[in-house]
Write a protein that binds this ligand. Structure first.
Ligand code: AMP
Ligand code: MN
Ligand code: MN
Ligand code: MN
Length: 279
C-alpha cells in the first residue's frame, strides 16, 4: 500500500490531466491517491470511468486565512455531492474569480500590462491561480524565474498576495467535515511560522473540527518530519502524507516519493470514512 494524499492536476495549477496523473501514480507504485486541486473538484469530476489499478479518495485543498496568513486545508474522504461541499466550492470559485481581477489590477499598476488576459489564456477553462500570473511575468521577461515572480510580486506580503477574499479557517474546515470528510492541515512546516504560532494555528484548527495534519509533505528533512510528528502527537491528530506533486520537472516532489510516516503516527487512512470513489 502506498498512499499519496496530496497532488494537483490541470484543474488547478498542476501540469498533468487527472487521467495522466493517475497513470503516473500507478507507475510510481501508488495504490491510493487523493487528487487535491486548489478549491475545485473539477479534476475529480472529469472521470467518466474510474481508473483501474488505483483507488481514488475524494480530495481538495482549500485556501483560507488564519491570523492574516493564507493557510491550506486539505479535505479527504468527503461526499463530493454534499450540499455543504457544493456551496463551499461555489464560494471559492467566486473568490478566485474576483481575486484574479485584483491581482491583475495590481500587476498592471506596477506596469505589467496584459496580466489578466495572459493568466486567463493559460488557465483556459480552469480557474486562475498565482502560478498563471507567475508564468506571465516570466514569459514577458519581467522576472528570471517562477521563484523570482513569487519572491518579488506574488508571494506572502507582496502585491499579488490577495488574501481578503478567502474564508476563515473555520469555514474551510466546516465545508469538509460537514460533508463527511477529514480536514487535514496542509504542509504545516511551509508557513515558516515560529513554533509558538504554529501551535496556535494547530489549536485553532482542532477547535474548528480539524483532525489530521500532514506530517510528511513532499521532500522534507528528517528534522522537520520528527518536529511535525511531535506536534501531531501533542495535539492528538491523525497523520497524513503526500507529495504535493504539481507536474514533472516542477520544483515539487514526484508522485508517491516521500519518506514514510514515523512509526508512532496514526495514519489518517485508517480513519477515512468513505475510502474509495464509487465504493
Ligand atoms: P494560489 O492557489 O493561486 O494562491 O497559488 C498558490 C500556488 O502557487 C501554490 O499552491 C504553489 O503551487 C504555487 N507557488 C507558491 N509559491 C511558489 C514558488 N515560490 N515557486 C513556484 N510555485 C509557487
Ligand atoms: Mn499549487
Ligand atoms: Mn498548498
Ligand atoms: Mn498543494
Amino acid at each position: 500500500m502506498l498512499y499519496d494524499l496530496h497532488c494537483h492536476s490541470t484543474a488547478s495549477d498542476g501540469k498533468l490531466s487527472p487521467q495522466d496523473l493517475c497513470a503516473r501514480a500507478i507507475a510510481n507504485g501508488v495504490t491510493h491517491l487523493a487528487i487535491t486541486d486548489h478549491d475545485t473538484l473539477a479534476g475529480w469530476q472529469s472521470f467518466s470511468q474510474l481508473p483501474a489499478d488505483i483507488s481514488l479518495i475524494s480530495g481538495i485543498e482549500y485556501s483560507c486565512v488564519w491570523s492574516g496568513m493564507t493557510i491550506h486545508i486539505v479535505g479527504l474522504g468527503f461526499d463530493p455531492s454534499h450540499a455543504v461541499m457544493q456551496s463551499g466550492l461555489a464560494i471559492q470559485a467566486d473568490a478566485r474569480d474576483k481575486r484574479s481581477l485584483i491581482i491583475a489590477e495590481r500587476l498592471e499598476k506596477l506596469g505589467f500590462k496584459g496580466a489578466f488576459a495572459a493568466a486567463r489564456e493559460y488557465a483556459g477553462v480552469n480557474q486562475i491561480g498565482r502560478p498563471h500570473f507567475a508564468r506571465f511575468l516570466l514569459e514577458k521577461n519581467h522576472v528570471n524565474s517562477i521563484n523570482q515572480a513569487f519572491d518579488r510580486y506574488l508571494g506572502a506580503g507582496k502585491p499579488g498576495d490577495v488574501k481578503a477574499l478567502w474564508p476563515e479557517l473555520e469555514m474551510a474546515v466546516h465545508w469538509i467535515t460537514e460533508s463527511g470528510g477529514i480536514a487535514v492541515l496542509a504542509h504545516p512546516a511551509r508557513y515558516k511560522m515560529t513554533n509558538m504560532k504554529l501551535r496556535r494555528l494547530i489549536m485553532a484548527f482542532k477547535a474548528a473540527g480539524g483532525s489530521a495534519m500532514e506530517v510528511v509533505s513532499g521532500s522534507q528533512s528528517r528534522h522537520v518530519t520528527s518536529h511535525m510528528a511531535q506536534l501531531c502527537d501533542d495535539y492528538d491528530l491523525l497523520a497524513s502524507q503526500g507529495s504535493d506533486f504539481h507536474g514533472p520537472g516542477s520544483p515539487w516532489q514526484e508522485l508517491g516519493r516521500f519518506d514514510e510516516l514515523p512509526k508512532r503516527c496514526r495514519p489518517v487512512w485508517e480513519q477515512l470514512p468513505m475510502l474509495e470513489l464509487g465504493a
